[in-house]
Ligand binder design. Structure first.
Ligand code: ADP
Ligand code: MG
Length: 590
């Protein structure tokens, strides 16, 4: 080979340089031949590479990193099976509208259709599911990566996909490759004056106005603009599960504990960065008033008028531009708090909060969900007050997620991630790693709370089933010294587990093995599985707890630990008679 060609960088180096020039600080990935060369070049340039145990978890992590930082999270995987596993992350990115740049290897161009190593026509497979799918040649690497990055980020976020054949990764471009064009934040649109006047009039004349905000508002980092609108006008608000924290839960206008009454009785609702899907009961009866007027503000035009939205009042624009316009148009307006709507909300709040206080006082053995979350909450709040915003909660599992949602107060945005729009179980550990990287990097890219540079403790609240989906990532956490605190709320199964006693469980298991009727149910998992050992086996700490005192001690020690910690919390199981299925309770499927 001529000396001149050796001095030229490889495709792998060009790719790593392009990522560096785009400002990428972290890559979530799982390597193999040939993408390992890209990872090594990136590490050589000072980009952090977090190596996972399964592409599914690392693709979830990249999407969560995109959500927390407001820029595409980057994921690097091998071709073929790596791409198939990472499709979970592509789905997650598009359904949650979180930006991800996915880079995957593929077989040598000249071997395509011959059955090459890990050959897969990823472009055809992924094109319907991503915003851009591209296979660059050696000389077009920087512009292809830039375009995929920009497409993932601009408009409603999603995935930009770059397929990287082995000969492109290993080859050397003929010419000097062009510099990567820096991608600036997307231009932002506002509302036209006529629509603004119309919407302002609707809000001024409303008898029961409400502002609902979702994870789009959190992603847009719109906490300051929304706060000003609410403080100026006195209109009550309701966050969606991941909109929680955009305004402090302790804010007097928060109607979360009167959610049903707030939705049912509102006559004009300003919806900021939240879709009218199942999470908001489609904006429809019976959860909403039949004649409610819904003013949707969304970056995506296709969203306006969907389900029960009113297209004639909808606004296509960026929350950070539109909300200050609305605030200015409502100058001088103050919603009258003596209204029957506000009184109904206060009454409903008082009643629901009193009921909730009673529920957490129930102490039993084995413990129940409410008691568990109350102990964890009280212990954590003492160690790190919610005002400081230095705890990030990740939560998944049916009852674990449902019940914990209201148990932990949040005073700052982007400090809570859950199973999201797809109700995806298995995202938790990847999200936790992403949150740790986003908030605790020396060059932390995500910010929340008053002290931007403070370290944040990542706390996972996992059902035993949800934890199982990505259990090996505890080793990833340990390898990178991530001091993540994981609670496995263990009732021995999906939803409610199977039996109340070990003897009974063993009997059912025996029936199963003998092929008899009355064996273990489909919701059953192992009896008191030692999940805490997942941490112990890789240098972390594990705790098995059964009582409130044990849980409190484990929470304190876990919070202060410098390694990952798994606290296996044995709770009542087989309580199907006492605990309903989550979907039965929500009335979602009838
Ligand atoms: P939630 O699950 O909290 O209800 P969704 O994910 O359903 O929230 O909705 C988020 C919405 O926010 C999406 O429709 C997305 O297009 C929108 N969105 C994202 N960023 C912005 C922004 N900067 N301005 C306006 N809307 C946004
Ligand atoms: Mg369970």
């Amino acid at each position: 080979m001529a000396a001149e060609s050796i001095s030229r960088p490889t495709g792998a180096k060009v790719i790593a340089l392009a990522l560096q020039q785009l400002g990428v600080k972290v890559i979530f990935g799982l390597v193999g031949i040939p993408v390992v060369q890209i990872a090594e070049e990136a590490i050589g340039l000072g980009i952090r590479f977090i190596a996972f145990r399964n592409e599914q978890a690392c693709s979830y992590a990249a999407t969560a990193y995109g959500y927390l930082t407001g820029r595409p999270g980057v994921c690097l995987v091998v071709g073929g099976p790596g791409v198939l596993h990472a499709m979970a992350g592509i789905g997650n990115s598009s359904i949650n509208a979180w930006p991800m740049l996915l880079l995957a290897g593929s077989c040598e161009t000249h071997l395509v259709t011959k059955g090459g190593f890990q050959e897969l026509d990823a472009i055809s497979l992924l094109t319907p599911h991503v915003k851009l799918a591209t296979r660059p040649c050696l000389d077009s690497l920087p512009q292809s990566i830039t375009n995929a990055y920009r497409s993932a980020w601009y408009g409603r976020p999603g995935t930009g996909f770059v397929d990287l054949p082995a000969d492109v990764i290993q080859g050397r471009p003929d010419e000097n490759v062009p510099e990567t064009r820096i991608v600036a934040a997307a231009p932002r649109a506002g509302v036209d004056p006529e629509r603004l006047a119309d919407v302002a009039e609707l809000l001024r004349s409303a008898k029961a106005p409400l502002i609902v905000f979702g994870k789009g508002a959190a992603y847009a980092q719109a906490e300051h603009t929304i706060r000003k609108l609410i403080d100026n006008t006195g209109i009550p608000f309701l966050p969606t599960p991941m909109g929680k924290g955009v305004l402090p839960d302790s804010h007097p206008l928060n109607t979360s504990s009167a959610r049903s009454a707030a939705l049912k009785n509102a006559d004009v609702v300003l919806v900021l960065g939240a879709r009218l899907n199942w999470i908001l009961h489609f904006g429809d009866e019976p959860k909403w008033a039949a004649d409610v007027k819904l003013i949707q503000v969304d970056i995506s035009a296709e969203e306006i008028g969907k389900n029960n939205g009113d297209a004639e009042h909808g606004i296509v624009g960026d929350i950070n531009v539109v909300v200050p316009q609305i605030t200015a148009a409502l100058e001088g307006f103050q919603y009258d708090h003596a209204s029957p709507y506000m009184q109904a909300l206060q009454a409903s709040k008082a009643k629901n909060e009193a009921n909730a206080a009673k529920t957490v006082q129930i102490v039993k053995s084995p413990m129940g969900y409410h008691q568990v979350f109350d102990v964890i909450k009280r212990t954590l709040n003492k160690l790190s007050p919610p005002e400081d915003g230095n705890v990030v909660y990740i939560s998944e599992g049916a009852n674990t997620m449902d019940i914990s949602r209201s148990a932990f107060p949040l005073e700052h945005p982007r400090l809570r991630m859950d199973a999201g729009t797809h109700a995806t179980m298995g995202v938790g550990l990847g999200y936790a790693i992403a949150a740790h990287a986003a908030y605790n990097n020396p060059e932390a890219e995500a910010q929340s709370g008053p002290s931007a540079s403070a370290r944040k403790k990542v706390v996972c609240l996992e059902g035993d089933s949800a934890f199982g989906f990505s259990m090996p990532e505890v080793e990833t956490m340990a390898r990178y010294n991530m001091d993540i605190l994981i609670f496995v709320v263990n009732n021995g199964g999906i939803y409610h587990g199977d039996s109340e006693e070990e003897d009974q469980w063993l009997k059912l298991q025996e029936n199963t093995q003998q092929g008899q009727k009355g064996g273990l149910r489909s919701t059953s998992l192992g009896w008191e599985v030692g999940y805490e050992k997942m941490a112990e086996m890789c240098g972390g700490k594990g705790y098995l707890v059964r009582t409130g005192e044990e849980l409190q001690r484990a929470t304190e020690e876990g919070f202060n630990s410098k390694t990952p910690v798994v606290v296996n919390v044995i709770i009542e199981s087989g309580s199907s008679k006492k605990l309903e299925f989550a979907w039965q309770k929500s009335g979602a499927k009838k």
